[in-house]
Design a protein. Structure first.
Length: 545
């Protein structure tokens, strides 16, 4: 008796012609209608899923995904700390978003192919209703309502988990582009710059410090210097002017300055003289000047002596003696677009500021001494003279400008209240020195420290790295599931239309379809080798080996 040969799952099986319902005697009449010999092999070639090694790209899609993640990290690291002007912000956002989307797309493609392998493994191992199969094949990136099909939670948990992960994966594209942001920071730099200074050793002051006589002799302080002293006396500070000629827009500039100029050292002592209770007039302030010879230099040192009291009839005056010294000034200048601050960082007194006897020559005498003399004379002049009142308390015409000083104020109890006279007299000389710098008579080179407010790229790499490591690990785990399913299936599966056409060639399905969609959706089927003809297809569980 002859046999038709059919190869199922790579195994050679035989079936007699009697099993086909054909009598041996009539074999010659129907031989043309017997199904031709066929092979069904799930290991390499089969008739449902067209296997091509080039189409098995689970891992090859993972590689470009990882590449996009590494490129995104490298790109953000390159921009980290750089000025926003060095790379266009719009393109930085575009590139970062494109790399994040590239990683998401590649990983989803890899996970999708792994999901397909697991789906076919699930339908081989368990029976599903047709409605559940609709949800299963549409769960990955199709209809999110498919995730709520109860039958899948019983029979296809792993495939459903892969689908849920795929729906959650795009969340990474929300966080990772924002890991590169823009932050304003202070950028420090230093450079050499020319700034105004005071150089009393240079006699070429254009007559703005020393007032020369026609014969080249020192006549006294210049009118410009006297105005600066008067302004400082009124304001209690230095004259505010430009100390930096460069642009200060959006930047802060600080620079140190060293110069040599006179400074005052004052000391106070209480008077022991008896108070005159019935004077013709009351003296509140008396400022005088006298010279004392310096034994070391042999020069005369001008000394300012001030006697002051707020209550001449009840309190003896306080005596204040101020001696000028040639000193080293350490000054710090801070400037920005809206303000400038000049502060005295240190002051070192060197020697008494003596003056040669007689008139001084602007040509032959030390220019430092003549310049110091101009500052000392202008400062002493505003303190010399008297402030007094008659017996009725009426102020007499003052012979001193000190009444206009910011540290001498009237009150209801007394005509004048004197506040920290010693400190304020010393400070006036310092303010005069700083004020002369603003005349820009001389320049010097110093180091300017610039703090510029700039926008830079800031990369929060921990967020990006953690997010990408998590999703890549999930993708690798998904790939492992897909590889295991692939080996268990024995072939590479797909969800192509041609595959579904071949997988549904079963008369049972044809008969159920005649009952309409409602009846079809309730039919429970699985995938396997049909017992009737050895064809791989969907069918009832009773139709399989």
């Amino acid at each position: 008796m002859s046999e038709d040969e059919t190869h199922l799952l790579g195994h050679h099986q035989t079936r007699s012609s009697l099993q086909l319902g054909v009598h041996e005697g009539t074999r010659s009449n129907i031989v043309a209608h017997i199904r031709p010999t066929k092979q069904v092999n799930f290991d390499i070639l089969h008739e449902v899923h067209a296997f091509d090694p080039e189409d098995n790209l689970d891992d090859s899609f993972l590689d470009p995904g990882i590449g996009c993640g590494v490129a995104h990290h490298a790109f953000n690291s390159y921009l980290d700390g750089r000025l926003t002007t060095s790379f266009d912000q719009a393109w930085a956002i575009r590139i970062g978003t494109a790399l994040a989307m590239g990683l998401k797309t590649a990983l989803l493609a890899s996970m999708g192919m792994a999901f397909t392998q697991q789906v076919w493994r699930s339908v081989r191992c368990s029976t599903f209703s047709v409605k559940a199969l609709d949800s299963l094949f549409g769960a990955f990136g199709g209809d999110p309502r498919s995730l709520f099909q109860a039958d899948l939670y019983r029979s296809a948990r792993l495939a459903l988990l892969l689908a849920i992960v795929a729906w959650l994966l795009p969340i990474t594209t929300v966080f990772t582009p924002a890991t590169l942001r823009i932050k304003p920071v202070d950028k420090s730099s230093s450079s050499s710059c020319l700034v105004p200074t005071l150089d009393l050793g240079n006699v070429t002051d254009r007559g703005l410090i020393r007032h020369p006589s026609p014969g080249g002799r020192y006549r006294g302080p210049s009118p410009s210097l006297r105005r600066l002293v008067f302004q400082s006396l009124l304001s209690g500070s230095f004259a505010r002017s430009t100390y930096y000629s460069g642009s200060t827009a959006n930047i802060n500039i600080t620079y140190p300055l060293s110069l040599v100029a006179p400074a005052l050292e004052c000391s106070e002592q209480n008077s022991t003289t008896q108070v005159d209770t019935n004077p013709q007039h009351d003296t509140l302030w008396r400022g005088t000047r006298y010279d004392a010879r310096d034994s070391n230099s042999g020069q005369n040192v001008p000394i300012l002596q001030i006697l002051y009291t707020s209550s001449p009839r009840t309190r003896p005056p306080t005596t204040l003696n101020c001696v000028p010294y040639i000193s080293n000034y350490g000054i710090t200048v801070y400037i920005n677009a809206t303000k400038q601050v000049v502060s005295l960082s240190n002051l070192t007194m060197i020697s008494p500021a003596g003056q040669p006897g007689g008139s001084m020559s602007l040509v032959n005498d030390d220019p430092l001494l003549t310049g110091a003399a101009a500052l000392i004379d202008a400062t002493f002049d505003v303190f010399t003279g008297n402030l007094s009142q008659d017996q009725n308390g009426n102020l007499l015409s003052p012979s001193s400008n000190v009444a206009l000083a910011s540290f001498i104020n009237p009150s209801e109890q007394a005509s004048f209240i004197f506040v920290n006279i010693s400190d304020n007299v010393e400070r006036l000389m310092q303010n005069v020195v700083i004020s002369i710098i603003s005349l820009e008579l001389f320049q010097t080179e110093t180091t300017c420290f610039t703090v510029d407010r700039v926008n830079v790229y800031l990369y929060d790499q921990s967020v990006l790295i953690n997010a990408y490591v998590i999703v890549i690990c999930v993708a690798i785990a998904t790939l492992g599931v897909g590889i295991y399913a692939l080996r268990d299936n024995g072939h590479s599966s797909d969800t192509s239309f041609s595959g579904f056409v071949l997988a549904t060639r079963n008369p049972t399905l044809d008969q159920v379809c005649e009952g309409g969609r409602k009846q079809l959706l309730t039919l429970r089927i699985k995938f396997g080798i049909l017992r009737s003809d050895g064809r791989p297809a969907f069918g009832r569980s009773s139709e399989f080996h």
